[in-house]
Design a protein around this ligand. Structure first.
Ligand SMILES: [Zn+2]
Ligand SMILES: [Zn+2]
Length: 350
């Protein structure tokens, strides 16, 4: 990929919408685009960025560069609970008294993460990895961490509880603006996109603009794994949710998308079709791999990733196997694979 040119940290998207590039430390994604929507009661932020002093400094300097101040922020609308989006929300609220709004399903994840004992979480993770056929050498370090009580702090452990619920289909309480919540589960159970139902400032054809969070990005396919809920049965189908959400967002026919990473782009229909085709192709590929019964772990080992399986570190393998499981779950719901008995369970194309 070509090197991105050095860009200013603040961009003017017109019509009272700006973005601030807030860095994510040690992460190939580079930055979160925190959007700022001017309202009659002060600026409202869409997402806040990673909880790190350098990220905080960039966010607050960006607000000053835009002629305002973090203390003036009126509200915070969160697309989803991930730490690169919701990390700084608590600090923004402390500095400004702003409200924080989030969809109930992601608020439940925040609550659960805050209350979870790291040990209980590790027990859940070990059991889950065993069930999908992870080898002993992958699980052993987690068991050791559990036994020694040296459980690593989970990201999001200190995440702020929201004050307001984002209700799908409702307008958010933004004085003088029309911002509607579009529930787009898949990447997380409570992910929302925000539809700014106002004419495009440069008259691009289409219906307003969409703050798409991680749901719709110009050059990245968002991670779709199983929702990390220890109480989750086998009924959820995050990939099915995601594909439905994509089609729904495509039908909005917006003029421009303002995503939370990379850059703004027009003609979202093209990108939606690309992503739908990508997932269709991937599901077809997995189906042919499953002509022999495989555990989700064995499937993950055979799937295509951004590098060979042997070079993928343990933490990322755990995420990859969750993605493999989400695909298997989708194929199972479609009646294209069946579970064959045994422990760990294997899956077979029918
Ligand atoms: Zn995310
Ligand atoms: Zn993100």
């Amino acid at each position: 990929m070509p090197q991105e040119p050095a860009a200013p940290q603040v961009s003017d998207h017109g019509g009272g919408v700006h973005s601030i590039k807030v860095p994510i430390p040690d992460n190939p994604l580079g930055h979160t685009l925190v959007h700022l929507v001017d309202t009659d009661r002060g600026p409202v932020l869409i997402d806040t960025g990673w909880d790190d002093p350098a990220s905080w400094n960039t966010l607050t300097a960006g607000l000053r560069a835009l002629g305002t101040d973090v203390s003036a922020v009126h509200g915070v609308v969160i697309t989803h609970h991930h730490p690169d989006h919701h990390g700084l929300s608590g600090q923004v609220r402390e500095a400004s008294g702003a409200w924080i709004a989030m969809h109930a399903a992601d608020a439940a994840v925040v609550r659960r993460t805050r209350e979870a004992q790291p040990g209980v979480w590790l027990d859940y993770l070990c059991a889950k990895l065993t069930a999908v056929g992870a080898p002993d050498e992958h699980i052993a370090p987690l068991r050791q961490a559990r036994a020694s009580g040296r459980a690593r702090t989970l990201p999001g452990l200190r995440a702020a509880l929201p004050d307001r619920e984002i209700v799908p289909g409702d307008l958010l309480p933004l004085a003088g603006r029309r911002l509607r919540a579009i529930w787009t589960p898949g990447h997380t159970p409570g992910h929302v996109c925000l539809h700014l139902e106002e004419a495009h400032p440069s008259q691009l054809p289409g219906h307003g603009r969409l703050f798409s969070g991680d749901h719709l990005l110009p050059g990245i396919t968002p991670h779709i794994g199983l929702y990390e809920d220890p109480d989750d049965g086998e009924s959820t189908d995050p990939l099915g949710d995601y594909l439905d959400s994509l089609e729904r967002v495509g039908r909005l026919g917006v003029a421009e998308v303002l995503p939370a990473h990379q850059h703004a782009f027009a003609e979202p229909g093209v990108r939606v079709r690309e992503l739908l085709a990508h997932h269709e192709e991937r599901l077809a590929g997995l189906l042919s791999l499953l002509s022999a019964p495989l555990t989700p772990w064995e499937l993950a080992e055979r799937m295509e990733w951004n590098r060979p399986w042997g070079q993928i570190p343990d933490g990322s393998r755990t995420i990859a196997v969750s993605e493999a499981e989400a695909h298997v779950r989708r194929l199972e719901k479609l009646g294209r694979v069946v579970r064959v008995g045994g422990s760990p369970a294997r899956y077979h194309a029918v």
